[in-house]
Design a protein around this ligand. Structure first.
Ligand code: FES
Length: 340
């Protein structure tokens, strides 16, 4: 059974099945609501339910407080309609940004390489091109019908392929059980996207700090490739700002694609690559990203920062940036959990 969802303040009406989240219905119908985890844990997709009954779904009590629920709020990524519903959400999209509707895609595994211990690069050749903003993610469908989120490491202009960096999790159904065991070049896969509110704002013409740990580097690679394309675009004005990328890993052999980044740094004078190895001596600097950043940037004002990593890394990096006088309006963050 489907119900009508009216999204205020736009007044847009769309159809949503009883087994479909209101967020999913909105994103597939071109109504963009802010969202991050899509699993009821982060609270980003909170909206007011003005009319109609919903099922609240699996909303974490930390992401949706009892008091908020009592006042009519719900998490759109897990809420499903039981009758016609009117919601009011934060539908405003920043100027200069186009958000693309979520769609289903099918494709074929073109590359599946181990690029570091327990990290694989999966490149899917899509049957139809996908539009997205650098930094966003897809949900990769597993053979058992479940799905997992992965940030896109390829750039939006490479529209007929998506590259994902996948970390193996012990006993993980998606990783140990599939991507690292059985999935092969030539296999058919399906996915949906694009998702997420972590995306590049190319219109903000300022120096960039790209701060990633582990496979949280992936969306930052998409941003870097986008900047390279802006520089190479013959009709454009090029790119004239510094870009400094940090990649934090525990062990040196986790620095995947190191030579590729190093080559870009050698070729393009605006780009600097700074590996950060925290748990062993290495050929380079030792330490976590927040510590090296604090050392390098006692003053960070004037930059725009994009952070993607595990919650502790993101939190500490935020703190280092704010201490260096870079404020939240210039910091975009993605809290990243390795998908099991
Ligand atoms: Fe994270 Fe809904 S709670 S997107």
């Amino acid at each position: 059974e489907t119900h009508t969802i009216t999204v205020e303040p736009l007044g847009t009406e769309l159809q949503c099945r009883e087994d479909q989240s209101i967020l999913d219905a909105c994103l597939r119908n071109g109504v963009w609501l802010p969202h991050a985890c899509t699993h009821g844990t982060c609270g980003t997709c909170k909206a007011e339910v003005l009319e109609g009954a919903i099922d609240y779904g699996d909303a974490s009590p930390y992401a949706l407080l009892e008091s908020e629920r009592a006042e009519g709020a719900a998490l759109m990524c897990v809420a499903t309609p039981r009758e016609d519903v009117v919601i009011e959400g934060d539908v405003e999209i920043e100027e200069g940004i186009t958000m693309y509707p979520v769609r289903d895609f099918s494709g074929t595994v073109e590359v599946l390489d181990e690029i570091a211990p327990d990290v694989r690069r999966l490149i899917v050749k899509l049957d139809e091109p996908m539009d997205f903003n650098a930094g966003q993610y897809v949900q990769l469908n597993l053979p058992d019908g479940d799905n997992r989120p992965y940030s896109i490491a390829s750039a939006p202009h490479e529209r007929d392929r998506v590259e994902l960096h996948i970390k193996r999790t012990e006993n993980g159904v998606a990783t140990a059980g599939w991507v690292f065991d059985g999935l092969a070049v030539g296999d058919a896969v399906t996915l949906s996207g694009p998702y997420g509110k972590f995306y590049f704002r190319p219109g903000r013409e300022k120096p960039l700090l790209l701060l990633g740990s582990g496979t949280g580097l992936a969306p930052l690679v998409s941003i870097l490739k986008t900047v390279m394309a802006i520089e190479d675009d013959e009709d454009g004005d090029g790119w004239e700002h510094e870009v400094v990328m940090y990649h934090g890993v525990a062990l040196e052999n986790g620095l995947y694609d190191r030579q590729w980044f190093q080559d870009i740094a050698d070729e393009r004078d605006w780009f600097t690559y700074r590996p950060a190895v925290s748990r062993e001596e290495c050929d380079g600097r030792q330490g976590r990203v927040p510590a090296l950043l604090a050392e390098d940037f006692p003053r960070a004002g004037g930059n725009v920062a994009y952070i993607c990593g595990n919650p502790a890394m993101v939190e500490d990096t935020m703190r280092a940036l704010m201490k260096a006088r870079l404020f939240p309006r210039d910091i975009y963050r993605e809290d990243f959990f390795d998908a099991a």
